[in-house]
Structure formats: structure tokens, C-alpha cells
Design a protein around this ligand. Sequence first.
Ligand SMILES: Cc1cc2nc3c(=O)[nH]c(=O)nc-3n(C[C@H](O)[C@H](O)[C@H](O)COP(=O)(O)OP(=O)(O)OC[C@H]3O[C@@H](n4cnc5c(N)ncnc54)[C@H](O)[C@@H]3O)c2cc1C
Ligand SMILES: *[C@@H]1O[C@H](CO)[C@@H](O)[C@H](O)[C@H]1NC(C)=O
Length: 439
Amino acid sequence: MHTFNSGIKVIVVGAGFGGLTAAVECHRQGHNVEIYESFPELKVLGDIISFGSNAGRIFHRWSDGDVVARLRPLCIDIQDYGFRIHKWDTGEVVYHQKRKPPSLEAPVLNGHRGELHQVLFNYARDDLGIPIHLGQRVSEYFEDDSAAGIVLKDGQKVLGDVIIAADGVRSKARELVLGYVDKPKSSGYAVWRAWFSNEDMIADPRTKEFCEHGDTFNGWIGPDVHFLFSTIKGGKDCCWVLTHKDDHDIDESWSFPGKLEEVLQVLKDWDPVCKAIVEKTPSLVDWKLVYRDPLPTWISKKGRISLLGDAAHPFLPTSAQGATQAMEDGVSIAVCLRRAGKDHIPAALETHQEIRYDRVKAVQKTGESTRDLWHKTNWSEVKKNPESIGFPREDWIHQFDTEKNAEETFEDIFRSYVELRTTASFPLVSAQASSTVVQ
Ligand SMILES: Cc1cc2nc3c(=O)[nH]c(=O)nc-3n(C[C@H](O)[C@H](O)[C@H](O)COP(=O)(O)OP(=O)(O)OC[C@H]3O[C@@H](n4cnc5c(N)ncnc54)[C@H](O)[C@@H]3O)c2cc1C
Ligand SMILES: *[C@@H]1O[C@H](CO)[C@@H](O)[C@H](O)[C@H]1NC(C)=O
């Protein structure tokens, strides 16, 4: 454990994967960190969530593999089964995508969002002793040249050196940072999603194969629709997501109860196995996907508040990187704060942003490219070249070591920001430095 203390007080808003990771990494890097979260108690919510090996590498460093050991039994194991991609109508397997050999230092961890979230939450609070203040909705943010703070719903103010606003896709902090309300756009798609136990699946001869021999992962690709189905925990739990066109007009990414009849209508000419799976679903959600153009900046004017995770950059689920990129943010910001030190917080945050910005934008794009690959499939091309339809797992995303990268790239970027500030009459936070990122 670290004995180094940076003397930097970090306030994290939000205890999702982004906020929890930022807090754990700030703790690892020797900062004093506390979390403020609006939910009054932890509930196991959601369904499948993916952590790529670039997230696994982060988890692996927490208490030397201890956290991974807690996560792994909750996660899908398709090392043997692989990913089987079917043509939507005939049901034939057009491509059987094999898994890469497992990696101890950078495991892939996909499982129930709520269950994995609980592991992280307990690790941060109970193992590391990070204070997590629940039932505390943050209603305002403020900063000057020497400190930053939050205002809680009851009017209480909390001061720190830096605020990490990991308050999700409907971020309140985003308004403050941008100075205007950034309206989301419809992505033109929605996802129906469900998670349930396997009793009815086992009882049906058409579906029991998915639950009797361990975990499975299958996808059916059709015109402007794709359906992904997995079984987890040795085939005990079943989970599916179906992405389809939906010209909704809502203000934010949000989930509503879904209607089974509508799903079955979409699947009516599909491989009958799809219907056999879906009709056993006890309840589902209809998750509307919104989109945002990349924000011009994640950092407030005086450089002491940074957006992180979904608040800064929402992802489409087809990237399978939303939570992972939120985690990478937390690693990078904690490293930059330690390297810069308490006297250079704004330059630390700007350095963090510069280290992360282009990578995040490039990974965000893969959400669209994978969706388009599947929704506009050229089947004669797939016949000739089956791996062209595989789920892209590019090394530049998955083999990335975000901690190492932040350590290696910090110095040069940081120098340029400090010089910029010094020439603009330090210690006043210069308009010039901000104007490089704030429009
Ligand atoms: C309830 C829920 C269920 C989800 N289910 C899935 C799923 O099934 N599959 C999937 O892929 N992704 C799911 N997501 C999204 C996924 O968790 C995130 O995309 C990803 O992990 C990035 O996390 P984040 O920490 O940036 O944001 P989030 O996970 O959204 O966390 C933001 C946190 O900030 C808190 N917060 C917001 N405003 C305030 C405020 N003013 N004051 C204090 N706290 C505040 C929220 O309560 C929340 O806990 C879900 C998110 C939520 C909140
Ligand atoms: C589909 O793929 C075939 C075979 O590779 C190719 O000849 C054809 O031009 C492609 N069609 C479209 C619309 O791209």
C-alpha cells in the first residue's frame, strides 16, 4: 500500500463505474478522495455490461488480482464456446469467432452490471476505506483560482482542490463546464434488453442447448437489426439485447419498460430460435440510444472541475467500451494529479484531457462502425470472407495500458501547459490557456 500522500483533496461526484474507478485510482496515487452519490442505497440494476481487456488490466492492479478474483465468477466464460454469428433468416452460423487466449494481466470481464458494480463499490468502501456519501445529490458546482466545491441539496458546501464529475449521461456538471445546455441527438436506434434465469429455457428442447453445457454467446445479424444472446454463470442466467431502428424523440438516454409483442413483431421472419428465446422473457426494458457530438472540452474555465465517463463522452453499446473508457479516464486523471502536484491542478487536468481526448473520440466512432457493419451486411462478401462479420477487437483499443501511457506521455504535455500559464502571468489562471480548449 502507498504511504505517499499528495495532499490533494479530490471530490468525486457519482459512484458509477467511472466515479468508483477514479476514486480507487486517486487512492492508489496518494490523493485524499471522497465520493458523493445521489442514490440512497446500492441496488443491483441493469443487465449485461462489457469490460474489455484494457479495463481488465486496470482491475488486475487492484490489490494484486484480488478484485479480478471476485469479478471472474460473475462473468461469462466463452473461452471454449466462442462467439457464433448467424444469418438472421436461415439461422446458419456464418462465422464462428474464437476467443483470444486468456490473459492473466488483462482479462476480459463481461457480466451483470449491477453485480459487478457491487464488487467495485464494496472494494472502494470496505477494502480501501474511501468515504462514499450516499443520498447526496449535488445541485451546484463552484470554483476559483485556489479551490473548487460542490453544493449539496440541503445547501451544505464541500470544498476540495479538484472535482471529478462522474455524474453520468444526464450530467448536471456538463452545463457548468460548457456554459450551455448540450442537447443530445437521437441516434436513430433503440435497444430492447433483458436478463432472466434459465428454467423455461431448459424446459424447451429448442433452447435447452444454450443452458446445459456452460456459457454461450450467439448473435443473429439482420437488416438494420442485430440480436445478441448470451448465457452466463454456467448457463444459469440468460441475457439478450436487440438493437433496432427507432426514431424516438426524447430528451435523454433512458430506459422504459419494453413490450414483448413489439420485439416478436420485429423477429417474425427470423430464425425461429430467436422467437423461442425471446418469448420466455419475463420483463424487458426499451433503452433509447441518444448521441452527443464530442464536447469541445471536459474541463471547467478555471481548470479545477473535470467531467469523466459518460458525462464527458457517452458511448453506443456496439462499441462495448463505454464503461471501460470511463475507467481509463479515472486512471489517467489520478496519474496526472500525482505527477503535477497540488500547485498545478489546472495543468494536470488539461494534460489529462490531452492524453485522453483523441483516443476517446476514436473509440466512440467504433460504436457506429460496428453497428453499420452488422446492419448493412453484404452476405455474398461474408460468404467469401466470413471473418469480415466478426466483432472487431482491435489491438489499439484492447491491448492499451492506460496507466503506462499516462506516465509516459505526461511530462511533455504538462510542460507545455505550465509554460503557457507562466507566460500569461501565473498564478492567474490564464484566458490564453483555457482558450486552447474552451471555445
Ligand atoms: C442504473 C443504471 C443502469 C445501467 N445499466 C446498464 C446496463 O445494463 N448495461 C450497460 O452497458 N450500461 C448500463 N448503464 C450505463 C453504464 O453503467 C455506464 O455507461 C458506464 O458504466 C459509465 O459509467 P459512469 O460512471 O460514467 O456513469 P453512470 O454509471 O451513469 O454513473 C453516474 C452516477 O452519478 C450519479 N449522479 C448523477 N447525478 C448526480 C448528482 N447530481 N449528484 C450526485 N450523484 C449523481 C448517478 O446516480 C450514478 O450513480 C447503466 C447506468 C445506470 C446509472
Ligand atoms: C458485395 O460483395 C460482393 C462480393 O465481394 C461484391 O462483388 C459486391 O460488389 C458487394 N456489393 C456491394 C453493394 O457492396
